[in-house]
Design a protein around this ligand. Sequence first.
Ligand SMILES: C/C(=N\NC(=N)N)c1ccc(NC(=O)c2cc3cccc([N+](=O)[O-])c3[nH]2)cc1
Length: 320
Amino acid sequence: QSSLPRALQDKYVLTRRIGTGVCGEVRLAFERSTCRKFAVKIINKKNFQSEGTATRNAETEIEILQRVDHPCLIKTEDFYQTEDSYYIVLELMEGGELFHRVKSQQQLDEGVAKLYFYQMLCAVQYLHRNGIIHRDLKPENVLLSSSEDECLIKVTDFNQSRILEEAALMRTLCGTPSYLAPEVFTHASSTGYGLAVDAWSLGVLLFVCLSGYAPFHESFGERSVTEQIIHGEFTMVPSKWRRVSNQAKDVVRKLLVVDPKLRMTVDEALQHPWLQDQPMLQTAHRLMKPAGRGDEDDEDDAPSAAVSTEAEPSSAGSLN
Ligand SMILES: C/C(=N\NC(=N)N)c1ccc(NC(=O)c2cc3cccc([N+](=O)[O-])c3[nH]2)cc1
């Protein structure tokens, strides 16, 4: 409490710790004027990254957090900083981290895994359409809105995120090319293959939700985890995958593809047969609507225009 920014303390009362991360902690906070509950993520600036990188990442992250607007991406209420920490005031996600939900349930029911995975796909599709690569998608960075199985999920932690700097790449290509390395042209540079790294991570996330264990793990054979990843060698333990449908396995197999050019994209994943599941899509869209519009029947958003009769779009692209 001692080193909390004055302005933060004037507006919020910070109470108990509700989540712990490797780079800081999450505290429950109450807004003094309204008693509304929030989560405050405290990020130590001095964590393992070098001074410059940490500051640059944090500036990018804050810009992304304040710019994104999607029902499956965490929203920030306020932002404060001192010389040694950042304080991000966020909406409360009382279901906690997906990591703990999967751990406590051994593995998720396939229908629940599909509902969560669809929301993650919508969130990442929104990021990719806005030129943002998350780069650190993992169960700790997916938060659940409630303890119900059927709940809204939100992606968070943009510490490793990058904004696709096409402009920077264009500037680079304007200069004399003679000193540029091949990968700058072959899109192997961080801005080129970038989007596909999130598709791989979504494959790992889906694998963990469906089976309850990680696809690449040092306990599988003598190869190191890095070796297993480089060769795309994941292990489907029969007892854990027996009750999982072939379509679900097909999504995992098409995302955990080593060559980023051959890997299924987020857009393609949204069109996969496994996700063409009307009841799941209706539940997802009800959860993703702004608060309070979930249960009323859909009022005509634009009464003047002819209300379209076709079914809800299969991908939530229209939300972006
Ligand atoms: C922005 C960010 N990280 N950025 C970064 N590491 N540079 C970030 C990372 C993690 C969170 N986590 C939470 O908001 C969060 C974790 C958790 C666990 C139990 C219960 C709750 N909750 O809100 O009730 C939780 N919220 C929120 C933001």
